[in-house]
Design a protein around this ligand. Structure first.
Ligand code: ATP
Ligand code: MG
Length: 397
């Protein structure tokens, strides 16, 4: 067992000391068996939420109705969930109610894919009733039980299948793939926000191309917001192999390829501030494409976004990204934003003895360009002098 599981052992041991069963489950066990870095550790237990809360000193009741309590031990959070099976599924979405059950088996049975339905006890023994370890060996994603039935219960699982393809590079089992082809349309019943979470993970995965190819092959893309008419563009996206390092970069690259603007991004219900960031990257990509490379002006305008934009630019050009170099060029600019100007609006109002008006913005912009292009030093007195001269020149014209 690795260090993270060793640390988490105390949670399992404490639950067991109180007479309950407890196991590591889900993604952490899967990733551990794959020798990948593990994320959050989830624990499944026979203890009910109230019992979990009375046993541990530091807990957060994040989803009592679904049986989930967060236990904090030595500063680390663990999701501890009572063995459960899900109630009746309504409208192809996850159920409103859950029933607590007494066996680990039933808890594993309700999970989506065999590779996610593996448990590990405190000794590191693997409990794998659905063939998850074999699926990991074969690099296959397969539903627990009948694929058609499982996707009818919760259609989001189809998107999850493809995001795991993107993250792990695995293939879909024949039955799982067939069921996605047959039931892809059920995705229409799923909240866009939940789809976006999985889609974002798909965009960020090292095997994104494989997942996009499958989105197309299964026709699942037809049920994603604003993508039904974008088959060709999506196929184009699959040709880029550079893995994005950030969600802004991932969405901007995607949006650029499929020609999404604000309207389409809004349909994905992404937060407004995030859409704003993506739109800045899109504008920059257009801008840089028209100039064919970075310039002093584009470095200045898009400064904080340089890493995202440069990595996307390089992906399109099948080029190496020069992020470090560009950031150095950016840092070496005389100013990085307007606030760094040694003169402000008030100084100019006094200098010209005029009331504020549109002229002021123009003067500031002229000064900003002049400083940026090293026509004048960023020093108050020199800027004043330059502003006066420049104003005279303009008036003479
Ligand atoms: P990640 O490493 O990306 O977090 P994960 O496998 O842990 O991957 P989560 O979304 O955190 O994925 O879910 C934790 C576990 O809960 C899964 O491994 C799976 O067993 C189960 N699970 C999650 N979503 C579903 C679902 N829609 N249907 C059935 N089981 C699910
Ligand atoms: Mg997880």
């Amino acid at each position: 067992m690795n260090e993270q599981f060793q640390q988490a052992l105390s949670v399992i041991e404490t639950l067991k000391r109180h007479g309950h069963e407890a196991y590591f489950v889900g993604g952490a066990v899967r990733d551990y068996l794959l020798q990948r870095p593990i994320g959050d550790i989830d624990i499944a237990t026979s203890a009910h939420p109230q019992e979990v809360m009375s046993i541990f000193p530091k807990t957060v009741p994040v989803g009592i109705a679904h049986g989930t309590v967060i236990v904090i031990e030595r500063g680390v959070s663990y999701e501890v969930t009572t063995f459960r099976k899900e109630g009746r599924y309504e409208d192809y979405r996850r159920p409103k109610d859950v029933t607590f059950v007494s066996s680990l088996y039933e808890d594993l049975q309700r999970r989506d894919f065999t590779m996610n339905a593996i448990a590990m006890n405190e000794h590191g023994d693997i409990i794998d009733p659905f063939g998850g370890t074999e699926a990991l060996k074969q690099r296959i994603i397969e539903t627990v039980g009948d694929a058609a039935e499982r996707f009818n219960e919760d259609a989001l699982r189809m998107m999850r299948a493809l995001r795991f393809v993107s993250q792990l590079g695995f293939s879909l089992s024949t039955k799982t793939k067939q069921a996605i082809i047959q039931y892809g349309h059920l995705l229409q019943h799923i909240a866009v926000e939940r789809i976006a979470v999985e889609f974002e993970k798909l965009l960020l995965g090292p095997f994104m191309s494989k997942a996009i190819d499958l989105l197309i092959e299964t026709n699942l893309f037809c049920y994603l917001p604003e993508l039904a008419t974008k088959k060709k563009e999506l196929a184009q996206l699959a040709t880029y192999s550079i893995v994005p390092t950030h969600r802004t970069e991932a969405w901007a690259r995607f949006a650029f390829v499929v020609h999404f603007h604000q309207k389409e991004l809004k349909k994905w219900k992404l937060p407004n501030h995030f859409i704003r960031d993506v739109l800045i990257c899109l504008k920059a990509l257009e801008h840089i494409r028209s100039l064919s490379d970075w310039t002093v002006d584009t470095l200045y305008e898009y400064g904080p976004y340089i890493p995202h934009i440069e990595r996307i630019r390089a992906a399109f050009k099948h080029d190496e990204p020069h992020v470090h170099l560009l950031l150095k060029r950016w840092e070496a600019l005389p100013i990085r934003n307007r606030k760094e100007l040694a003169i402000n609006g008030n100084d100019l109002l006094t200098l010209f003895e005029r009331k504020a008006g549109p002229w002021l913005a123009t003067v500031i912009e002229n000064i900003e360009r002049a400083v940026l292009h090293r026509k004048v030093e960023n020093e108050k007195e020199k800027l004043k002098e330059w502003a006066v001269c420049n104003q005279r020149r303009e008036n003479n014209c």
